[in-house]
Design a protein around this ligand. Structure first.
Ligand code: EPZ
Length: 418
């Protein structure tokens, strides 16, 4: 089991290069099944979730070659038969549910065990199932395995009851080769929805409206291979912006789409920081004393739930009272008990956490309970006095490429111990 040891109190300075977007990559890799052909997927992050998907696709019969340094995956899904993804593989990550949409779309059949992923709430998949059923699939659940099957898929109008990233992407994938037109209403608008739609279109799909709340998909007969480059990781970029802010540093965050980071930029400015935007980079110039702010997580373009935990780490030291309201996941405050070990003053009631800023956190042994909780604890460690020891680093490795290397380059005192 790896641990990260962080000595706090050093201002981050320099430039960090942001990797490809995890949450787009983990949908794009399964979506390649729809091509039945060779896809070159570029700018993939070298993270654990990508390696797990590589293993799953290989098991399904695909030829997969991931060049970690070039960050390119060549995946040929010509020999994939219909998907059966066992519990052992599906439990490794949330995104295993995308194999349902991709396999159903190509083979009109899929069998996938319930997905795993971060334990941050109940995370039902009823909207995915509702979408598949609307397209004409029969969906049953037996012994923890979701079976979806259709004679043929027929385009339909689907109104999502909940704005769901996963359901929007899964339905888009299943509908690409359905007969006729599918309309998804109340669709999610996150940047990775647009990225996945662009990838599907590059493979021959006909999808319009991604990035708005109405997505229209005209079914095509066949899809084909393509070369595609994944967009930069909005959440990794936001995490580094927060790291710069946490340490009062001066960091250029490179290879980003600044528009995707507007909600974070706005909050950091409200906290008294300077954020400069350039074409594909952002500069965050910190301050020694941060102002308190309130945060409410919302679907895009609101403040992303995936940055709520990293942001709350900073609020432990912002002057005054800050209120954090989590509206997406009921279980996303598990990092709070760990922050308290470091001296944070926080009260949680239901989906609201109230932070009273303290002068300085103190380094302690803490445990990551999920991916973004892990990032939050690293941020807390960067701010704290003394040494912070973060264990369960495998959660962090699922979504952040070379986190300690990137931090070392910025002047942090951090090392991994196995
Ligand atoms: C994606 O999860 C991301 N994961 C999450 O990132 C992210 O937090 C989330 O979107 C919200 O932005 C991946 O892309 C792999 P949702 P997803 O379906 O698709 C409810 C990270 O840290 N819901 O948009 O699973 C659900 O319970 C991870 O990188 C239903 O009720 O999230 C939640 O309250 C964690 N029924 C809300 O909708 C459904 O059928 C949003 O979930 C589906 C979802």
């Amino acid at each position: 089991m790896s641990k990260l040891l962080i000595e706090g109190g050093y201002k981050l300075k320099g430039k960090v290069n942001i990797s490809g977007f995890k949450n787009a990559a983990v949908a794009i890799i399964p979506a390649s099944i729809l091509a039945g052909d060779l896809c070159n997927i570029e700018n993939l992050p070298n993270i654990e979730d990508v390696h797990v998907l590589k293993r799953i696709l290989k098991e399904l019969g695909a030829k997969v070659d991931f060049h970690e340094e070039k960050k390119v995956m060549q995946v040929n899904t010509a020999n994939v038969k219909e998907c059966f993804v066992s519990y052992e593989l599906a439990k490794e990550l949330r995104a295993s549910y995308y194999l349902l949409g991709a396999s159903l779309g190509r083979f009109k059949k899929a069998k996938v065990a319930f997905p795993g992923g971060c334990n941050i709430g109940s995370r039902p998949i009823d909207q995915h199932i509702k979408g598949f059923e609307a397209l004409g699939a029969k969906v049953t659940i037996e012994h923890g395995i979701i079976h979806a099957e259709a004679e043929e898929l027929i385009g339909a109008e689907i109104y999502l009851d909940v704005v769901s990233v996963g359901a929007t992407i899964n339905i888009m994938m299943a509908a690409c080769m359905a007969k006729g037109k599918t309309i998804i209403e109340n669709a999610a608008k996150e940047p990775h929805i647009v990225d996945v739609a662009n990838f599907l279109n590059a493979m021959g799909a006909d999808i319009r409206g991604a990035g708005t709340d109405v997505i229209k998909i005209k079914g095509v007969e066949k899809m084909k291979g393509c070369t595609y480059s994944v967009i930069p990781d909005q959440i990794e970029a936001g995490t580094f912006m927060l790291m710069a802010a946490a340490t009062g540093g001066d960091v250029i965050i490179d290879n980003v789409i600044p528009k995707h980071l507007d909600p974070i930029t706005a909050k950091l400015r409200e906290m008294g920081l300077q954020v400069e935007e350039y074409g594909e980079s952002l500069r965050v110039v910190g301050k020694d004393q941060l102002k308190n702010v309130n945060i409410k997580t919302l679907v895009y373009p609101g403040f992303p739930t995936d940055l709520q935990q990293p942001m709350s780490a900073i609020l432990t030291q912002a002057k005054g009272t800050s209120i954090v309201t989590e509206t997406i996941y009921e279980g996303r405050f598990k990092h709070v008990s760990e922050l308290k070990r470091m001296g944070a003053k926080v009260k949680v009631e239901g989906n609201v956490a109230v932070f009273e800023g303290v002068d300085r956190l103190s380094g302690a042994k803490v445990s990551a309970t999920d991916l973004r909780a892990g990032a939050a604890l690293v941020i807390a460690g960067l701010m704290a006095q003394g040494i912070t020891e973060v264990d369960n680093v495998h959660y962090i490795d699922r979504g952040y490429e070379l986190i300690e290397k990137k931090l070392l380059n910025l002047g942090a005192k951090i090392k991994r111990s196995e």
